[in-house]
Design a protein around this ligand. Structure first.
Ligand SMILES: [Zn+2]
Length: 212
């Protein structure tokens, strides 16, 4: 066989292999009972204690005055965030919610790689948790473009997308009408992973390219 043929056959083999890996991973996803995770959350969330989500305490042993043992949109959101085992990429305009900050700090102290991209104008506002996250050693980048970095999405372990209208503030969780979509659909997760990386690299303080 000529060298050119060998190269062609090898090339076809590589294409076939990568296609079958892609097909297999799609198939495995479909075979999961119930398919990929999809969940819609609406806010404002009912007010309920979330202490048991952070600690191994039984909800009954908490003495705070809030209702206990109640699953709410907020508790579901916290559980999804805390399900991270390797990475959390967060792209959020406003971040002042203490419960969400506690979740991000907990992930960081568990060794999960956390990257936070936020809007430069919001970071210095009173109550912003960005300084707290930075002090804890979490890598934060501020978008320096002249327009708002108005996204509100997070990607957990590169596989689970959390996105919607919800800023990570107390008002958004407890007062506003907001929506959040949680999904593991690879066709939706993939572009968000890509967009996060694009914005993350664009705001690398080491090599800030000029913004048009
Ligand atoms: Zn409680």
């Amino acid at each position: 066989m000529s060298l050119m043929w060998t190269v062609k056959v090898l090339g076809l083999g590589v294409v076939a292999l990568s296609l079958s890996v892609e097909l297999l991973s799609r198939l495995l996803h479909r075979l999961r009972p119930g398919g990929p995770l999809n969940e819609a959350l609406f806010f404002p969330s009912e007010l309920a204690c979330v202490e048991h989500i952070f600690t191994s305490l039984s909800p009954r042993s908490c003495l705070c005055p809030l209702p206990h043992g109640v699953e709410t949109s907020f508790s579901r959101l916290l559980r999804r965030i805390l399900s991270a085992t390797s990475s959390l990429d967060l792209c959020v305009f406003a971040f002042s919610n203490m419960g969400l900050s506690r979740a991000v700090l907990a992930l960081h102290s568990r060794g999960v790689t956390v990257r936070v991209l936020t809007d430069k104008d919001y970071t210095a506002i009173p109550g912003s948790q960005i300084g707290v996250l930075r002090k804890a050693g979490i890598c934060v980048r501020c978008d320096a473009s002249p327009v708002h970095m108005h996204h509100k999405f997070a990607v957990v372990d590169g596989r689970l997308l959390i996105t919607g209208s919800l800023n990570w503030t107390l008002a958004a969780v407890q007062s506003n009408m907001e929506n959040v979509l949680v999904t593991e659909e690879p066709d939706l997760v993939r572009p968000y992973v890509k967009e996060f990386l694009r914005l993350w690299e664009r705001n690398d303080p080491g090599q800030m390219p000029p913004h048009e």
